[in-house]
Structure formats: structure tokens, C-alpha cells
Ligand binder design. Structure first.
Ligand SMILES: [Zn+2]
Ligand SMILES: [Zn+2]
Length: 323
């Protein structure tokens, strides 16, 4: 591409004055420049740049770089990147959010989508973590006024193996922490998060059941908070369900657990309740409760399945420690 041409990130500047230096190794000063330079890298088919600027814990991260490069190259080669609009950008501490509207075309089919993308700065470098997408131009995905994200603890972090401490008192800090955990969970569109996953070794987790309305739009339920939970009376009947974990990105596996469970727990207002849970709730509660007991889902797998995961988990730990 001749350097006199417009940058494919639609900044209006020339490529040589805009994204080219980043593609050649200069570090983008902020997540917005990184976002633009990644868009331009898709347009110019530079998989190497996209791989190098993806967070090692991103759900998009593929340990097989050759295959990943090939997929990006295929996508780039059949796609025309016809416009980019930025709907909002906020940066706070080591997190940033950029919302953009991308206009693409594939085989005369035009696609417009909005993405709220999350970035994290690790060792001075901004990296793309993940994104939430919607069809068309969707201003509801614009960034919030304030970022309340907490850094995650990932596979290999000793805090995930520790038995967490009981919570003595529901302080304002705990109430704020629950709010921040909710924002963090929602940024991944996740259904549960436990305190050890955000580096707090305390007996607390939250869950949120997603609901799909007939039009297929996911309307989230309000969150449910569990403080100092005690699980008893697991049913003899078990079921096998595919589970994933925010602390072990990029992998899912079938886990067998009791279908029903009784939970005695304290709510955020301090009231202690005992309740029987079934199905979806019982599943997520048992997964999250394992976190506060220092247990990760791979240790609930059959020996055979654990063996299948071994290489992936080692690779994951390695690339997360490298950063
Ligand atoms: Zn550019
Ligand atoms: Zn988990």
C-alpha cells in the first residue's frame, strides 16, 4: 500500500502518519490507537500484528498461531472494510473501553455491527481482551462514564488454590466489591464470578442467570449474592454439563455434578437464608463455591479428560506468566 494513501482505519490521515508505525513496532499510546491500528491490520491483512496485540487470556486467543493467522488472513481476504466510526472511548488505570461501529462487506453483503471492546495494559502495552457485539449501530454499547473492572486471577495463580476466609462483616467495601465484581463479570458476559478470581481470598461469589426472550435478545436477570455459603445435601442424581471458567479462558469441558444442592448463605443485606437449588442455579453455584474452596473445574474431571486438558493448561499458564 503506498504510504500516501488514506489509513484504512478511516482517521482521515495517511497510513504512514497513522497506523503504519504501530504495525512496524511502535507502541500505541492508548487503547483507541490500538483499536484503530487493529482495524487497519484486519483491512491490510496483517495477522501477526493482531496476534501480538491480543491479550493472552482473551477468549479469542488461539495457541495455534499458524491456524489463527490463517483464519485472520481468510477473513481479511474476503472482507472489505468500508468504514469505522468511534462511538466512545474511556481509559482508566490499566483498563480501557472503546466502542466502535464497523462497516464491512463480504461478497456484496454489507454488515454493520457495533462492538464494545475491552483493553488491558500489561507491562506498559495495551492489549485487546474481548468484545461485546450487536448488529447495526447500537449506541447502548457506548462505554460507561466510569470503569469498574477488576484484574482477573488466572490459572496458575496460587490464590485460586487457597481456601478462602469467611467474611466477618458486610462493610461498604464488600458492597462496593460486589458492584465491581458484577461489572467485571458482565464485561465477559459471564454468568458467575467468585472473589478469589479477582484476587480476594474471601467467601463470596455472585451469579446471574441469563434469560433469552423469544426474539433471542439476552436480558440479564439481577445478580444473586452468596456470602459465607454452606453447601449440603447434594442429590444422588448427577448430570454432566459443559463448563468453562473465566480464570481458565479458551477451554470448556463436561463436568459431572449433583443435580440439586441445598445452600445456606448470607445475602448482601445480611440476612441468612437456606434454599434448595436445581438445574442451572445448582450447577453455577457448585462451580463458584468450588472457587472459594480453592478448587478449579479441571480437578472435577475424569482422569482421562484431565489428561486431555493437560497440554492446554500448561500452555495457558506459560503464556500468562510470560506477560
Ligand atoms: Zn490509522
Ligand atoms: Zn470458574
Amino acid at each position: 500500500m503506498p504510504t500516501k494513501e488514506q489509513c484504512p482505519c478511516y482517521s482521515g490521515e495517511t497510513y504512514s502518519e497513522c497506523c503504519q508505525p504501530y504495525h512496524e513496532g511502535k507502541l500505541p499510546p492508548n487503547a483507541l490507537k490500538l483499536m484503530r491500528s487493529r482495524f487497519a491490520a484486519y483491512a491490510l491483512n496483517i495477522p501477526k500484528y493482531l496476534i501480538a496485540t491480543t491479550h493472552p487470556a482473551s477468549p479469542q486467543y488461539n495457541p495455534n498461531h499458524e491456524l489463527w493467522s490463517k483464519r485472520i488472513a481468510e477473513f481479511s481476504s474476503i472482507t472489505t472494510f468500508s468504514n469505522l466510526e468511534i462511538l466512545g472511548f474511556i481509559e482508566q488505570g490499566s483498563f480501557a473501553i472503546v466502542t466502535f461501529v464497523a462497516h464491512l462487506a463480504q461478497q456484496d453483503q454489507t454488515t454493520i455491527y457495533t462492538e464494545r471492546s475491552y483493553f488491558e495494559r500489561i507491562d506498559g502495552r495495551w492489549l485487546y481482551r474481548n468484545g461485546q457485539m450487536a448488529d447495526g449501530r447500537d449506541p447502548t454499547l457506548a462505554p460507561p462514564d466510569k470503569i469498574r473492572l477488576l484484574p482477573m486471577a488466572y490459572y496458575g495463580n496460587p490464590i485460586l488454590k487457597r481456601v478462602a476466609d469467611p467474611i466477618e462483616e458486610i462493610t461498604d467495601e464488600i458492597i462496593q466489591l460486589v458492584q465491581d465484581m458484577k461489572e467485571t463479570m458482565d464485561s465477559f458476559e459471564a454468568i458467575g464470578i467468585a472473589a478469589p478470581q479477582i484476587h480476594k481470598s474471601i467467601r463470596l461469589f455472585i451469579i446471574r442467570q441469563p434469560v433469552r426472550d423469544p426474539e433471542g435478545v439476552t436480558e440479564p436477570h439481577s445478580i444473586k449474592v452468596f456470602i459465607n455459603p454452606e453447601l449440603t445435601l447434594p442429590s444422588h442424581k448427577t448430570c454432566v454439563v459443559s463448563e468453562g471458567c473465566l480464570s481458565i479462558p479458551g477451554v470448556r469441558s463436561e463436568v459431572e455434578r449433583p443435580r440439586e444442592i441445598t445452600v445456606e448463605y448470607t445475602d448482601l443485606d445480611g440476612s441468612r437464608t437456606t434454599q434448595r437449588f436445581f438445574g442451572w442455579d445448582a450447577r453455577v453455584i457448585q462451580h463458584e463455591n468450588d472457587h472459594i474452596d480453592g478448587i478449579l473445574f479441571p480437578s472435577r474431571l475424569t482422569d482421562e479428560k484431565q489428561k486431555d486438558l493437560e497440554a492446554y493448561l500448561q500452555g495457558l499458564q506459560h503464556r500468562l506468566e510470560d506477560k
